[in-house]
Design a protein around this ligand. Sequence first.
Ligand code: SF4
Ligand code: SF4
Length: 452
Amino acid sequence: MILSKFNIVSKLKDKDEYFILNPLSSNADIIDKETYLKITNNNYQDIITDLIDKGYVVEEDKEKVLFEEKYKDFIDKQNNDEVQIFFAPTYACNFACSYCYQKEYSNEEQELTSEIIDAFFAYTSKKLGNRRRYITLFGGEPLLNGEKYKENIKYFFKKAEENFYKVAIVTNGYNLEEYLEFINHSIIREIQVTLDGVGELHDKRRKLINDGGTFEKISNSIDKALEYGISINLRVVFDKENAEGLIDLAKYAKNKGWTESPNFKTQIGRNYELHTCFANKSALFSRIEMYQKLHELIEKDRVILDFHKPAFSISKFIIENEGMPDPMFDSCPACKNEWAFDYTGNIYSCTATVGKQGEELGTFYPEVIEFEEKIEEIKGRNIISIKECNTCNLSLVCGGGCYSVAKNKTGQVKSPDCRPVKELLEMGLSLYDNLYNIENNNNYERNNCCGI
Ligand code: SF4
Ligand code: SF4
């Protein structure tokens, strides 16, 4: 019997307590220092029965069998999961955001036409057969002004309805209210809009091309959408320039009553490092820095948690569900559960690559061409095919990361994009364990290993 190669063992941030978890056996426990030292010093004979029960100590062959079984389950699930199909009707935008990666993309002379829209629906319907799917309109800015453009978008929605697709929209929100007047609300799955802060802080970063502010108009369109019962996913692009404003934004959303709405959710993300242009690269957070900052802000003012509960890897999941998520053999949905298409007729893997020269995987218009070899290589990327992940104890939580980031770094599709899983768990389990203890008047029953 040996310690499982998938154990993740470490200390909770700012506490004299430790944790052990194993994504393959689906167990997680808070342990004391003595147990931690026994495990890490390979001196655990007196607690071995408990460790075997939880799958922290295993027979190597049996663990291999379990790994294969769970991998098979994962692939079955992946093959039956819903597919998200991005469509970029333009790369043009009415905003000039300080950090926009798409500035570098030329907006081709070519325009969106009903013929291209027809070709898109014909291709996706044929390609995906009976698989569950939905479309996400993306850009550039998909909700632009201009009569001809709007006619095309109306036609797009008509075709989506005919083909029984729900449509999500990723928009800057500026023209949203106007569009909500004519889009059939029942077809809308969700609308993602971005606010980077309150008032001036947002306006400084996300202004109109002609320099005007945009905060008020976006805030009003969020009110309107929620009034209509449409789901809003509010995104904050979070970096060193606006981090401190997050508390104000959380208070603003709370005062507006947004956080009370069942149709309101949030996401906090870093700007893409995938593309060349962020005017001030030093303002970007690394993944770990972003979570460190969020942790610091939450400690400062818990109002942030009313607005957004960061995942800290799988910490939030574990505490909220009092259990482990399924093992993650592949965290990149590109070419499996995610595809992207644009108005020029090109096919891409996902939002990270859409519109990027050299990343095309074929065309759906004017004729269907698929670059099979490239597609198969992306499809085949997971923690089994990435050499470095084979021996990594974090693999079943990390899932190998993003193929596009990995390829940008190494030139190879099957290379790792490492996630700071251990550090995020140290922070997240400590934070959420504290919170749930407080919320439950310290009566929260923790699942302590080895009777401790
Ligand atoms: S390549 Fe990156 S951005 Fe694209 S689907 Fe994979 S993880 Fe997501
Ligand atoms: S990408 Fe890095 S951290 Fe993630 S599983 Fe692979 S080697 Fe481990």
